[in-house]
Design a protein around this ligand. Structure first.
Ligand SMILES: [Ca+2]
Ligand SMILES: [Ca+2]
Length: 267
């Protein structure tokens, strides 16, 4: 009896040691607007695109992104929803994309989508790397957890898109709980575990900040004037849409200690 308990404990310890780092998360929790920094492409040109929606069941609140293949009349969607640019440099694999996919009506399930990736532009033409595709069935009714391996793209800057296409006259495709995780940085040593990822650079409306123990981000302009001071957690998206174009100094604090300052450009 005691031996069994010890074995269980040691297995548990190993699992903790191999904890994953989170590179990117998106819970789609606004209920009304798609998240900042994401790109919504209407490749079929019918003006129907991805949008943010929610279901309030009283005790359960679901928030997600939606693309329809039926809206009073049948639609023939070719709609892309793409992440902000994600920096896959300096990571060790496997880099795993995880998300929840769903359908709006289990009697009309046959939504088709693909996971496609661009290493160039965030346009329909840029998404040339199809990693996964499927036609959903009734078991995707609220929700089907799905994983796709992005490790082949380590070392690159990528956009990941959910493309809803090649289907018609079902109901809705739903997307929620997107995350990208990886086990460690390349050459995990003295400094690697302290590394903080801030991307993209140049940036536009959103700065993604990922790093253990990061507690605060302070941004100053080229004149040394403070323009933002934000308390953050390990994985944060900062809304920097109100900053003017130009050069900024981003100071990173861990537990109230200034760790480093980086120069970034807003375009
Ligand atoms: Ca469309
Ligand atoms: Ca959600």
């Amino acid at each position: 009896m005691k031996k069994t308990l010890l074995l269980t404990l040691s297995v548990f310890t190993v699992v903790v040691m191999q904890a994953q780092h989170t590179l990117f998360v998106e819970p789609f929790d606004s209920q009304t607007d798609l998240p900042l920094g994401w790109t919504n492409l209407d490749a079929d040109g019918d003006t129907f695109m991805w949008y943010e929606d929610y279901y309030d069941g009283g005790t359960v609140l679901e928030t997600y992104a939606v693309s329809a293949s039926y809206n009073e009349v049948p639609l023939t969607p070719d709609n892309y929803l793409a992440t902000p640019q994600i920096d896959l440099t300096g990571l060790e694999g496997p880099v795993i994309l995880q998300y929840n996919i769903g359908i709006g009506d289990e009697e009309w399930p046959a939504e088709k989508y693909q996971i496609t990736l661009s290493t160039t532009t965030c346009t329909a033409e840029g998404f040339t790397n199809t990693l996964f595709e499927e036609i959903l069935e009734a078991d995707a009714y609220y929700w089907k957890k799905t994983q796709v391996d992005l490790s082949a793209f380590i070392g690159q800057q990528v956009y990941v898109a959910w493309r809803h296409y090649d289907c018609t006259d079902n109901y809705k495709l739903l997307l929620d709980s997107v995350s990208i995780t990886f086990p460690s940085y390349v050459g995990l040593g003295e400094n690697a575990k302290d590394r903080v990822n801030i991307f993209p650079n140049p940036f536009k409306d959103v700065l993604n900040i990922n790093g253990a123990d990061v507690s605060r981000i302070m941004i100053s302009n080229i004149l040394g004037q403070q323009v933002m001071d934000a308390e953050i957690s390990e994985v944060t998206k900062l809304d920097v849409s109100q900053l003017n174009h130009g050069t900024y100094f981003v100071s990173i604090y861990k537990n109230d200690d200034l760790i480093e300052t980086r120069k970034l450009v807003k375009r």
